[in-house]
Design a protein around this ligand. Structure first.
Ligand SMILES: Nc1ncnc2c1ncn2[C@@H]1O[C@H](COP(=O)(O)OP(=O)(O)OP(=O)(O)O)[C@@H](O)[C@H]1O
Length: 275
């Protein structure tokens, strides 16, 4: 389905992603982990063609998407919708219009300019919002919603494109644990019920283990781990994060119980838990 071959991205002398190989042969939910600067965002941005690869290929159903231009490139970008840590909604615009902007790639500039959307699309947008449990917020301004609700609006906007792949760049990094859980559950359901592939950059190990079928670990631009969640032991995690014996998983946790325990721990124990 999706095959990444020797994908490399250089920014001047700095190699952000180095000869990355990845083969996804059936729809899956994949978590990418690694410390800040490991190359996770650059990898996703290359898949979506927001960034051009320096070397290597990305094949989707046999077609090299790194070579696409113009309309074909935009069609590919619709097939692999991207969601971001900061939601990227238009804050003062209502929720349903934000969702309808997911159809921009296939609409005329004129229709877009005057916010003219076909009734069929409006119904579909509301159905998607309903599926994500936020239909009652449809008329509100996006900025009036909580972070978790806004991220679900961003997911709804992505679903309007009817993508085959959803690329999520740190989708829960700005959210509290409760909202993080709702958003990850929504992504998991979209994978399971629709058969879409979800590739999410995640900064917490327990989230990757809990929601993903497969975990990819990046370190210094290279893929250093690609396996099942249960293979992601503390030892492997230490290697991915390049951390020493002081490494504690609690510091990368979003689980409510773990965070509570850390909040009640003495300061010394808390600082030891940091990577
Ligand atoms: N547009 C750019 N210009 C120059 N260097 C860049 C650019 N984008 C990323 N880099 C560099 O590439 C490397 C990988 O960055 P990237 O954002 O992909 O890592 P990351 O694992 O997603 O980190 P984070 O979790 O902090 O977002 C870093 O050294 C970064 O400074």
């Amino acid at each position: 389905m999706l095959r990444i071959e020797k994908l490399t991205k250089r920014f001047g002398a700095n190699t952000a992603v180095e000869t990355a190989n990845l083969d996804i042969d059936k729809p899956a939910m994949i978590g990418i982990i690694g410390r800040s600067g490991a190359g996770k965002s650059t990898l996703l941005r290359m898949i979506n063609r927001l960034a051009d690869a320096t070397e290597g290929r990305i094949l989707f159903e046999g077609r090299d998407v790194t070579q696409l231009t113009g309309k074909a490139k935009r069609a590919w970008q619709s097939d692999c919708a991207m969601i971001f840590q900061q939601f990227n909604l238009v804050p003062r615009m209502d929720v349903v219009s934000n969702v309808l902007h997911g159809t921009l790639n296939r609409r005329s500039t004129f229709a877009t300019l005057f916010n003219l959307f076909p009734m069929e699309d409006i119904h579909r947008a509301i159905d998607i919002l309903d599926r994500l449990g936020i239909a009652e917020h449809a008329p509100k301004r996006a900025e009036a919603l909580s972070g978790g609700q806004q991220q679900r609006v961003a997911i709804a906007r992505a679903l309007m494109q009817d993508p085959k792949i959803i690329l999520a760049d740190e989708p829960i990094a700005s959210l509290d644990p409760m909202n993080a859980q709702t958003v990850m559950e929504a992504l998991r359901r979209i994978h399971e019920e629709d058969g879409r592939t979800v590739i999410a950059n995640l900064h917490t190990l327990d989230t990757a283990r809990r929601y993903c079928d497969r975990v990819v670990g990046m370190r210094d631009g290279r893929i250093v781990f690609d396996g099942l969640p249960e293979q992601l032991t503390s030892g492997v995690a230490r290697e991915i994060y390049g951390a020493g014996a002081e490494f504690s998983e609690a510091a990368t946790s979003t689980q409510i119980e773990t965070l509570d325990a850390m909040a009640h721990a003495p300061d010394a124990a808390r600082s030891e838990a940091l990577i």
